[in-house]
Unconditional design. Structure first.
Length: 265
């Protein structure tokens, strides 16, 4: 469970130069969720992805370091969103018109790994949010937003009280939800400024939106706990696909991972 949580919480970044393959991959029971993407060049080639053209030719053409395409995010969504893995060759033809011919470019992708089976719950400001999982399963928080988003919330419609519709979000919502709910069968919290602070202008109505999944947990008697295998390592021949770990050891590992994540955040 601790290994699964660390993979879900992690933000991934991958990049590839023109003519190279970019490869995105998520662990078992998760799929790719593209966060952002860039294709072009904003740093000189001696810092990243050196030019493939001969030096004599490169000196004749001034390198463009303000070059980017607006279709990179949509292309990454088309190629990789909601898939377990994806791989393709990076070149300007993939993204349409070449924005800067003669300048070698690169692709940078930011993504997360979203659980295949996840739940979403919303609580309007000052209401209580309750999360729960079935027996032998515990809560794993994927994302949490407290504030007001441009799209709003169907459960908490925006009432125009003369305030502008401005997006505002708490920077500590995810960290607080992890602290309150990770590894528990159930938890509750008020969607209030007392808990999360007020990230918005006074008078703007807010809501709490939490996405989570229920992960299998085996805390019964003294039987060993089974953790998901690290799929970044090739399985050894003849070995089991699951590694048994004691309950107390697993909980200590989980606490360390969450503490480290909260500190880094």
């Amino acid at each position: 469970f601790a290994g699964y949580i660390s993979q879900v919480l992690k933000n991934y970044t991958d990049h590839a130069c023109d003519g190279e393959y970019v490869s995105l991959r998520c662990p078992h029971r998760t799929t790719i969720s593209i966060q952002s993407s860039f294709y072009g060049r904003i740093v000189p080639s001696h810092q990243m992805c050196p030019s493939r053209y001969p030096h004599s030719y490169a000196t004749l053409i001034k390198e463009d370091v303000t070059c980017s395409v607006g279709t990179s995010l949509q292309k990454m969504l088309d190629e990789c969103q909601d898939r377990r893995s994806c791989q393709f060759l990076v070149n300007s033809r993939l993204f349409g018109t070449d924005p800067c011919p003669g300048t070698s470019k690169y692709l940078i992708v930011w993504y997360k790994c979203r659980p295949n089976e996840y739940k979403s719950k919303v609580a309007c400001e000052d209401d209580k949010l309750r999360l729960s999982c079935k027996k032998s399963m515990v809560i794993a928080i994927y994302s949490a937003i407290f504030g007001r988003t441009q799209g709003g919330s169907l459960e908490c419609p925006y009432q125009n009280l003369g305030m502008p519709m401005i997006e505002c979000q708490s920077a500590t919502a995810l960290q607080l939800m992890i602290k309150r709910c990770h590894g528990k069968r159930s938890c509750s919290i008020y969607a209030s400024t007392y808990e999360f602070g007020d990230p918005c202008y006074p008078g703007i109505q807010k809501h709490l939106n939490v996405i989570y999944t229920c992960a299998t947990f085996y805390p019964l008697d003294n039987s060993p706990l089974l953790l998901p295998v690290d799929e970044t390592q090739p399985p050894a021949l003849g070995s089991s696909s699951m590694e048994p770990v004691g309950v107390s050891t697993e909980m200590a590992l989980l606490s360390n991972i969450l503490a480290a994540y909260a500190f880094i955040t």
